[in-house]
Ligand binder design. Structure first.
Ligand code: BTN
Length: 270
């Protein structure tokens, strides 16, 4: 906790000049940092706020899944920011690009926004919006509060922490989560937080001005699926061909090119 608090101070100092009213809170335990910020938004929160928790008792993932993280061995935070972009398309991909860039050159993005390290899941992103304005698909400029939730595994997975050979990652099963300490030995959650948050705020502010366009090239450099066979949750198979200007996944199928927008579609390497 004290480790996180020291880094929280540094983050506040880095962010507040560009983001007036920005505050940081560090909690020992909460059900879910995203749920808490969404509750506060219903109570009128419209200020930029970083909420970090050492432990989540009911962490939430995408598509209604649970998000389990090991206290002391992972980083869990949510960032609330009022934003009014012309288009919200591609926002969660832009968040992934920002985090991957800050984390490590070997981190890849599995559409739409899973963070992968050595073919295994390193972290996840849950983006939600709240506010009295129109729905996010609208072109209105009325600000909404965006809540960006991030969970990252810091510790090496249990089975790899006892292995010392440099190529041990290749012996791990595909389903096992990755840990950032596999490539950044000794790094702790506070250091990761300080690496991630100031650039993330900058990138969200850039997204508010320019949309996904300024992130497309950087997404392509990190794209874990490009040119790989993928299977959609409706059973369709095809080759992933990057993303379009709105961040939709392009999949070349036997029936032609499909643009996959829906977060209800899951994509898995075949
Ligand atoms: C996913 O990959 O399904 C997204 C996982 C997002 C988890 C983070 S942890 C911090 C924030 N609070 C939550 O309850 N979820 C997000």
């Amino acid at each position: 906790m004290s480790d996180l608090l020291a880094h929280a101070e540094a983050i506040w100092e880095a962010v507040v000049p560009s983001t007036p009213g920005f505050t940081v809170e560090v909690l020992r335990s909460i059900d879910s940092t995203n749920s808490e910020l969404m509750r506060r938004s219903r109570d009128g929160l419209m200020e930029p706020l970083l909420l970090v928790a050492e432990e989540q008792t009911a962490g939430r993932g995408r598509l209604g899944r649970n998000w389990h993280s090991r206290p002391g061995q992972s980083l869990t935070f949510s960032l609330a920011l009022p934003m009014a972009p012309l288009s919200w398309s591609g926002l969660s991909l832009a968040v992934g690009v920002s985090l991957a860039n800050s984390l490590h050159p070997e981190v890849r993005l599995k559409w739409p926004n899973d963070l992968w390290l050595h073919e295994r899941k390193l972290g996840g992103i849950l983006v939600e919006t709240a506010g009295s304005g129109a729905m996010p698909s609208s072109a209105t400029l009325q600000p909404r509060l965006v809540v960006v939730g991030v969970g990252i595994n810091i510790a090496r997975p249990l089975s790899s922490s006892v292995a010392s050979s440099p190529d041990s990652a290749s012996t791990l099963t595909a389903m096992e989560p990755a840990g950032l300490a596999e490539v950044l030995i000794g790094i702790d959650a506070g250091e990761v937080l300080e690496r991630l948050v100031p650039p993330l705020v900058n990138d969200l502010q850039a997204f508010a001005v320019s949309g996904f366009a300024v992130f497309g090239e950087r997404f392509a450099q990190r794209d874990a699926l490009r040119n790989r066979l993928v299977r959609l949750s409706d059973g369709t198979e095809g080759t992933a061909c990057g993303v379009d200007a709105a961040g939709a996944l392009l999949v070349l199928t036997a029936q032609g090119m499909r643009h996959i927008n829906s977060s209800e579609v899951s994509v898995r390497p075949c």
